[in-house]
Design a protein around this ligand. Sequence first.
Ligand SMILES: C[S@@+](CC[C@H](N)C(=O)[O-])C[C@H]1O[C@@H](n2cnc3c(N)ncnc32)[C@H](O)[C@@H]1O
Length: 193
Amino acid sequence: MKESLQFLQAFLKNPAKVGAIAPSSPELAAEMLHGIHPDDHNIVLELGVGTGAITKFLREIVPSKASYLGLELDPNLVKTLNQNYPDMNIVCGNAAECYSIHQDSGLGKVRYLVCCLPFVSLPREVSDNVLAEIQKFMDEGCELRIFQYAHGYYLPPAIKLREALKNRYGKTRRSPLVLKNMPPAFTLTWSTI
Ligand SMILES: C[S@@+](CC[C@H](N)C(=O)[O-])C[C@H]1O[C@@H](n2cnc3c(N)ncnc32)[C@H](O)[C@@H]1O
């Protein structure tokens, strides 16, 4: 409840950056983490941690603190996240600089990119910069997972994003529709491994 309220407050403060009115459900989190098996040499990088709706489940699958790095732009959310998840590496940072932030962290290779950013509502320049950073990880061999809401799935910005990713990384793997999420969503995966 507290988490949902904090999420809603963050949304009301900055709707375009948050891009959702509620945190991801446990069902969407499970789909976002399906098949992800990190270790200290093959870590998970989570972009847009929010209130930790997915992090909560990531905590159960990372073998150690060194297997995970989370980035969140909103300093208020990061403060609460660090209180709630002291055993996870969560830093305040911009996903548009995620490659150098990861390099400076000294952590292992990013094998899994769990990206929760609202690409569709972010300014074009920001999403282009994030995609350029993601490219650097993908060039080194990585699996990228995002989610897209069903109601916006066939709107031009969502299609454009999928096309751009498909052109770079090939065929998309799409999950079944996760109905138990507000709003329902698909997860999408691209791999360069
Ligand atoms: C749709 S919410 C997802 C939150 C959470 N992962 C979940 O699934 O409930 C997107 C989050 O991305 C964060 N965000 C937006 N732009 C960002 C950026 N450039 N760098 C890092 N985080 C960003 C927002 O503050 C927000 O918390």
